[in-house]
Write a protein that binds this ligand. Sequence first.
Ligand SMILES: [Mg+2]
Length: 602
Amino acid sequence: MTLPLALERWPEIAGRMAGKRPALFLDYDGTLSPIVRRPELALLPPAARAVLGRLAERMPVAILSGRLREDAAALVALPRLYYAGSHGFDIAGPPPAPGEPPLRQELGEGVPAAMQRVADRLRRDLAGIDGVLVEDKRFAVAVHYRLAADRDLPRVEAAVDRAAADAASQGPRLRKTGGKKVWELRPDVDWNKGKALLWLLGRLGLDRPDALPVFLGDDVTDEDAFAAVAGRGGIGILVAEEAQPTAAAYRLRDPAEVVELLTRLADLAEAAAAAGGDAAPPGPRRGAAGPGQAEAPPAAAGPEPVPAPAPALPEDAPLAADWRAGRVHILGPLAVPGHTPRLVRIYLPSTFTPDAPHFALYMFDGQNVFDDHPSFAGGWHLHLAVEKLARGKRPAPVVVGIDHGGSKRIDELSPFAAESNGAAARGAGLDGLLDWIADSLMPRLAAELPLIGGPLGAVVGGSSMGGLAALYAHFRKPRCFGGALAMSPSFWVEDGEILRWVQAQPTPPVSRIYLDCGVREGRGTLLPQVAAMAAHLANRGYDPDHLMVRADPRGAHSEASWRRRLPRALRFFYRSSPSDEQRVPRQATGGAAAPSFRPTGY
Ligand SMILES: [Mg+2]
């Protein structure tokens, strides 16, 4: 059979792209990353990451992998991509269009529990055989035998077959598939990478004749996707040293050639965009992002679009099936009345145990709180900062990152409506979000995790609009949050209304406040506003034990600055031993009643 080399046929491929709306789908192992002896070491070459980032600016890009979705996403570490893990059983990505909820799809009820039983059994059965690695992939179990001796392979395969037969008697029927030095057991349902690819095309608005799906893969499990793109007039490219029977139309020899092809695709797409020829393909747009971008007060706008129907977890469903220390758990999407459904990211510190009470730190803009991967501008690595607290013998809080609602972020983090815009004013969406946090999210978390109740147990934090929202939340919900961590807070919103509003609020019974900003932020205009708030609080009796203010000479309005400042902010809230001395705050001037602080115990 002949299978032309894609790089040699580049003019033909480029010709097929002309005037089309391309969408790029890629397998990971063996396609983007060379096959390695241990799957956890299959890192993405930096050149591949760079070119995928360029392509994602121009077209939807999705990774279709047999790995766990989170694994694939962590290895690729690019926020704008769609990730379909477990051969397409588990799909997530940014909102396909502004205002829509993030993309999410998960198939197979009860499958992860059944797969865990199969994996446990195979680990027991194969314990005596060297070089076999059993991987629980949640929607599949993989038995890797690359490092095993050939003479052991019949025993390994027999154990896989036995596990499949026994599992079928109690749960879903399983199907055995083979790959490169691996057997996999998966639920025997009609779903595969090809179906996942077509589902994604539909959700991305590319179920149309001028769409051009392109898929690159290297393995037998990729053949369904090659067939799917061929059926849509798309382009399938097999990554293989030698030609072999396939539904793909072209071949690349190895992952290095993949990078070369992707580079040509990116050049082509950028040239087309520069010429203004091609319409921008549907897909996530940068505008839906978060902080770090211009954050003017909300401007006039038309009526709110109706939130998309919530593909949300039922209210009575457990938030997480399997809480584990030292891990970020991504929950949801959860329905938020009046807002778009959203994910909540929860980090349990490595010192977490279910039988000890823990503090909780609630953070706005959950996409930015942990890793770089879901964040457009880099994450704050808060999980690493929390682990530093634990190493310093300080209490390490459970971190609850609440994702923002994409394009509606500014609205939902705004405490104040723009009065001049009357009934159609944007903003003031924050009260609804805070009600949901207080009345729904916090009780659900308290039912599953040993969290310290009341304001002693919880601090709320964020940066920029999230910092403004955090300070407002502390004074608005003083029974929920006993502290506010506000980095570079957007105090200019509605002409500095937050200062006037705080001046009118009673002092919360438990109150510790952290404020910071870069000296030059907003051309030096933010610092005076932060200083004015700090002066007001000091006049009310906040002493250095209850108020920390930092002016960062190097600080910018950026994720990198907030990442750098977070550890110190955390040390302010979380101390190695609670102060048993109840300090009496300085008496407020002007005859205001002295606030009554309780020992905080943070
Ligand atoms: Mg592969």
